[in-house]
Every structure is written in structure tokens, then in C-alpha cells.
Write a protein that binds this ligand. Structure first.
Ligand code: UD1
Ligand code: CA
Length: 462
């Protein structure tokens, strides 16, 4: 069966969002509303035509050349929007029409719609759903025999019609010939002055063309996003769907309700997610990892068997067996090598940490290339910024950086070098050298005792 084309209506003002951003670019689990619609449409249709208006440039920039764009210059309603696409569609066959703001529809539902449409040889097939709270949606009006008569918008319902529970999802399959013939005849809706696509239905029926409803079983798939309350509701449904898919593929979630994973994020099997994990953007997690509680990964790649908790990691990678956290901030451009240990109040920025190296406590590492098996003692700091410019540091394999050292960049610490605790290093250190750069210790015999005695007497006077 040849797939039809799709038209996605995405030109609307999105007034009810009260936003500077076009509605269809608002994010749902990390991706624009329109992205979700295109995922479903892409799988069920051959070619996708996007009708755009508000924020047209932004939409083109985001989605690129893969799609055919048609601009609706004046926003005169859904019927007017579809009319703009008409000259770009094939003359024969079927077309699927979708709204850019119904992001939960899945490709399987669209395929069922097309199948039903073709089976019945209909001129139009309307995807409908039965909602307990149908407010805000257009309602299907059927006659005694159950035949569709019209779709009445929520705001135009006649007394008694509020009870109608079957809603128009805004998704339809049309025979292209019927569209070419009747869409140009669509009247302006008397009540709002717009061209409602829904008004095409009575036109077709009057002309004796067949109009079929196609009721979807899972009503929440029909959710349309007009405001931010609906956006949040849709996000909670989509999160459930994403989490269920991952759990079924072998990921353990201690508390799915507090696990927030963006669409498109991948997680390998036998990975365990503790509560409060947020996995965003292009994040990919390997197998057998133990993540959280309290972890925020953004655009980050994790290998296998990584342990990471109480951390924020952005645009970086953690390789196999890395052990990171608690209380760690890994900033963009970092590569945390295999079997490393990064922990307890450590910040790493734009640095590479070699295999097996340890930065276990209270350190800052910035703009640094660190070889394997380096030990950064507690409180050691890379001083990468001189107040005007950032400088680079390299710490070679097996070097030992004592506690509370300052490495003032630009700097190179040679392989196997040993830096005594408390040193401030300003010049390169050759391989295998030992360097102490701190003031000499002085010992004054008996002076401690005298000092403490004097202090005691003073305290007693108080
Ligand atoms: C529409 C339907 C309603 C249905 C609901 C499903 C009409 C008249 N009403 O109502 O029956 O229950 O969707 O969610 O069709 N758009 C344009 N150009 C325009 C106007 C709208 O491209 O001039 C696009 C919007 O960007 C949006 C879609 O069409 O993606 C639907 O428009 P919207 O204003 O959200 O319609 P609803 O009031 O939700
Ligand atoms: Ca809508």
C-alpha cells in the first residue's frame, strides 16, 4: 500500500500560549511539538508539507530542507491553511492532514486512519476520540443512524451539545480529488470569520460524498496543546510512554514518576536509575550504569558501568567504569576517561581526564589535558584564568599533585612528577622531578605551650 502525503498545519498564532516563541516550537520532553508530529507523520507518510506562518524562519531553521514548506501569510483559519498547501499536493490519491499541536499521536494510529479511509473509499475520514472532558475541542454531531453530520467548535456549541463527548482530533484523511473540488468552496465561518476546515464536512455530505469517523481507543493520544497547562499534561503522558519503553527494553527505574527523560535519549540495558534523574537532549547512556539519585545529564554520553550521582554534567562524556559524584559539576567539553574517580565537590571544565586518574575531593580542573593514572590531591586547583585570558595545563601520566596545590597555567607537569602538598607551581615541572614550592617550616621549641597558657589566662579573666 503506497503511503499518502501529509500536510501539517503549523501556521497558527498560538495566542493561548502567551509566548514570544511560535507554539509548535515549544518543547515537550526536549523536542518541539512539531518534531513529535513529524516523527509520527514521517513513519506513516511519504512526503510532508508544512504550512507555516508565525515564526516561519525559526521553523525552517530548526527542521531544515527535508520538508516542503508553504507559507500562510494571513492566518484565516485551518481551512485557509490547508488551501495554501493544495497546489503543492498530487492531483490524486489521499492526503493525511494533521495539526502541529497534537504531539502525542503515534504513527500506528495514522496508519489505521489511512487504512480505514481506503477500505471505505471515503472522501474524508475524521480521526475522533471520546473524552470525559471534551471542553475546548470541536465535537462530532451524528444523526440517529450514527452518520457524521458536522463538527461544531466548542465555542459555537448549541445548548445541549456540550454533552457530546466525541471530539475532532484535528487529524483527517482526505481523498485529494474531493479536496481539490470542495476546499475552494469553503465558506467563511459566520461566527468567527475564519475558514474552518471542519466546515468542509457538511459540504462533502451535502454533495453526497462519504465521510467516515475513525475512533481511536486511546483517547489521550488526541491531546491538543493550546496552552501551557495542556503542555504539562502532555509532557506527563509522554514521559510515561518514554519510561515504559525504556523499562521494557531492560532499564530499571526505582521511581519512574521522578525520572525525567527526553525524547530521543537512549539508555542501555541493566542500567539502574535512582530517583531524580533528568536525562536531556542528545544524552546516550550505556549498559550497566548506576545513575542517581539526583543526576542531571545534558547532551552527555556515558559508556558502560558508569556510576554517577548528585551531579550536573553538560555536553561531556564519561567513559566505561567512571565513578563520578556525589556533588560534581562537569562543564562542557570534558572527557572523563575510563575507570576514573571524580568526586566530592569537584568541578571540571573543558578538560580531559585520562584513564584511571583520580580527582577525588574539592578540586577545580579547567582547560587541562590530564594523562592516565594522575592523582590530584584534595583541594588541588588548576589556576587557568589570569583575569584576562584562559590558559592550558597538561599533567602527564602518573603525576602526583599534592593536596592544596595551585597549578598556575600555562603549565606542563611532566610524567611521574611529584608536587608536594601546598605548593604553588608557576613553572613547568620536568618528568620524575619532585617539586616543593611553599614557605619553609620553622619550629620554635616550647612556644606553643607558652602561647596556649597565655590564652587560657585571658579566657578566665572574661
Ligand atoms: C482545531 C479544530 C477542532 C479540533 C482541534 C483539535 C478547527 C476549526 N478546529 O481547533 O475541531 O477539535 O483542532 O486539537 O479546525 N493553524 C494554521 N493556520 C490558521 C489557524 C490554525 O496553520 O490560520 C494551525 C495551528 O498552528 C494548529 C492547527 O492549525 O497547529 C489547529 O489550530 P488551533 O487554532 O489550535 O485550532 P483549535 O482551536 O485547537
Ligand atoms: Ca489546537
Amino acid at each position: 500500500m503506497e503511503q499518502p502525503w501529509a500536510v501539517i498545519l503549523a501556521a497558527g498564532e498560538g495566542t493561548r500560549m502567551h509566548s514570544a516563541l511560535p507554539k509548535v516550537l515549544h518543547l515537550l520532553c526536549g523536542k518541539p511539538l512539531l518534531w513529535h508530529v513529524l516523527q509520527a507523520a514521517g513513519a506513516a507518510t511519504k512526503k510532508q508539507v508544512l504550512v507555516i506562518g508565525r515564526g516561519a524562519e525559526q521553523i525552517r531553521d530548526y527542521f531544515g530542507a527535508e520538508y516542503l514548506y508553504v507559507e500562510q501569510e494571513e492566518r484565516l483559519g485551518t481551512g485557509h491553511a490547508l488551501r495554501q498547501a493544495l497546489p503543492h499536493l498530487p492531483a490524486e490519491g489521499d492526503v493525511l492532514v494533521l495539526c502541529g499541536d497534537t504531539p502525542l499521536l503515534e504513527s500506528g494510529v495514522l496508519e489505521t486512519l489511512v487504512f480505514r479511509h481506503r477500505q471505505r473509499r471515503a472522501a474524508a475520514t475524521i480521526l475522533t476520540a471520546s473524552l470525559t472532558d471534551p471542553r475546548g475541542y470541536g465535537r462530532l454531531v451524528r444523526d440517529e443512524k450514527g452518520q457524521v453530520q458536522e463538527i461544531v467548535e466548542d465555542r459555537h456549541l448549541a445548548p445541549g451539545q456540550e454533552k457530546l463527548q466525541e471530539i475532532n482530533t484535528g487529524c483527517y484523511c482526505f481523498a485529494l480529488q474531493a479536496l481539490q473540488e470542495f476546499l475552494p468552496l469553503l465558506p467563511q465561518n459566520k461566527l468567527k470569520g475564519e475558514y474552518y476546515l471542519t466546515d468542509l464536512i457538511p459540504l462533502l455530505i451535502k454533495a453526497g460524498r462519504q465521510v467516515e469517523p475513525c475512533l481511536i481507543a486511546d483517547a489521550h493520544l488526541a491531546l491538543g496543546i493550546n496552552d501551557r497547562v495542556q503542555l504539562a499534561v502532555a509532557a506527563s503522558y509522554l514521559r510515561e510512554r518514554i519510561n515504559a519503553r525504556l523499562m521494557r527494553s531492560g532499564v530499571t527505574m526505582i521511581d519512574p514518576a521522578s525520572t525525567y527523560i527526553d525524547a530521543g535519549v537512549e539508555v542501555g540495558r541493566d542500567t539502574v536509575l535512582y530517583p531524580q534523574c533528568i536525562l536531556e537532549g542528545k544524552t546516550v547512556v550505556g549498559e550497566n550504569c548506576r545513575l542517581g539519585p539526583g543526576l542531571h545529564l545534558v547532551d552527555t554520553r556515558l559508556g558502560n558501568s558508569v556510576h554517577c550521582q548528585q551531579a550536573l554534567v553538560i555536553d561531556s562524556s564519561l567513559e566505561d567504569g567512571a565513578n563520578v559524584g556525589p556533588f560534581v559539576h562537569i562543564r562542557p567539553g570534558s572527557r572523563i576517561g575510563a575507570a576514573t574517580r571524580i568526586g566530592n565537590f569537584v568541578e571540571v571544565k573543558n578538560s580531559s581526564i585520562g584513564q584511571g586518574s583520580k580527582v577525588p575531593h574539592l578540586s577545580y580542573v579547567g582547560d587541562t589535558q590530564m594523562g592516565p593514572d594522575v592523582n590530584m590531591g584534595a583541594g588541588s586547583i588548576v589556576v587557568n584564568f589570569d583575569g584576562r585570558r584562559k590558559h592550558v595545563t597538561s599533567i602527564e601520566e602518573g603525576a602526583f599533585v599534592g593536596c592544596n596545590s595551585n597549578l598556575v597555567a600555562p603549565l606542563k607537569i611532566g610524567r611521574g612528577a611529584f608536587i608536594a602538598a601546598g605548593s604553588t607551581i608557576t613553572r613547568d615541572v620536568p618528568p620524575d622531578a619532585l617539586v616543593i614550592s611553599r614557605s619553609k617550616q620553622e619550629i620554635k621549641e616550647g612556644m606553643g605551650k607558652r602561647f596556649l597558657k597565655g590564652k587560657k589566662e585571658k579566657d578566665q579573666e572574661k
